[in-house]
Design a protein around this ligand. Structure first.
Ligand SMILES: [Zn+2]
Length: 255
């Protein structure tokens, strides 16, 4: 039993064969999937998919790459949807855009305020911006929680994120050849703070690197973490699944 805590099933890449992809995910042991919204239309689509498929949950937010075209105004009325389990993805991306930092920060702050108000966890995207995002969250320590998804910084930053009460999201890159920084991170962070995810359709792990990613491939991330930590596949899937159930309040978890 594995939870893919970050998949964009709500993209065109899955519009023709979502049923088959979900079926295949179950065959790989992935029993729950969190479908991540990025702007108003993908938020609504995430909710539609979650309504149709018992194994799918949704998050709603405005990704830093969409702050020019989507505002947070529509979010509040979506929180009452039964299967909305988190706010995001949101955050800061200074790798793609440096010219609109102020707008990215304004929109991220709106998500933090919503998280305080609703007590929903945050699904956070950072790229070349961990420190800035961390500093924005620091005043809310104890009031907000969530995950730094697709964590791309180092062990020192991961420790800061954990100290802040957040989880670390691990995906495909841990299986790549040049992964020393992530291996060190996995060795240094307790498994109780790690979530597994795919970021489908992006970030496919080995042996599918460069191809369309799908939730079933979460098993390769679990496999790699088990190898690094010297644990069994079952131990890693059990603990990371519990982490996902705890953070997103998926309910019904039996250990
Ligand atoms: Zn994402």
């Amino acid at each position: 039993m594995i939870v893919d805590t970050h998949a964009h099933l709500n993209t065109d890449d899955f519009k023709d064969d979502l049923e088959v992809v979900l079926e295949r995910s179950m065959n790989h042991g992935v029993t729950k999937i969190i479908c991540i919204g990025m702007d108003e239309s993908s938020n609504r689509l995430a909710i539609d998919i979650a309504r149709k498929h018992e194994m799918v949950y949704a998050t709603v937010g405005v990704h830093p790459g969409y702050v020019d075209t989507s505002t947070t105004d529509h979010l509040e009325k979506l929180f009452s949807e039964e299967k909305v389990v988190a706010i995001g993805e949101c955050g800061l991306d200074y790798y793609w855009r440096k010219d609109n930092k102020a707008l990215q920060e304004k929109v991220f702050k709106e998500h933090i305020d919503l998280a305080v108000k609703t007590k929903l966890p945050l699904v956070i995207h950072t790229r070349d911006s961990f420190t800035e995002a961390y500093e924005m969250l620091l005043p809310y320590k104890g009031k907000v929680t969530g995950v730094f998804h697709c964590f791309s910084s180092d062990l020192l930053d991961a420790k800061k994120a954990v100290e802040l009460g957040f989880y670390i999201g691990m995906d495909g890159p841990i299986t790549f050849k040049k992964n020393d920084v992530l291996v060190e991170l996995i060795q240094g962070i307790d498994l109780s703070r790690i979530l597994v995810e795919t970021d489908s359709p992006y970030m496919a792990p080995m042996p599918y690197r460069g191809k369309r990613n799908e939730p079933g491939y979460t098993k390769y991330v679990v496999e790699k973490i088990a190898e690094i930590k010297g644990l069994t596949f079952e131990e890693v899937s059990k603990i990371t699944t519990k982490n996902a159930y705890d953070l997103f309040h998926l309910g019904g978890y039996k250990s």
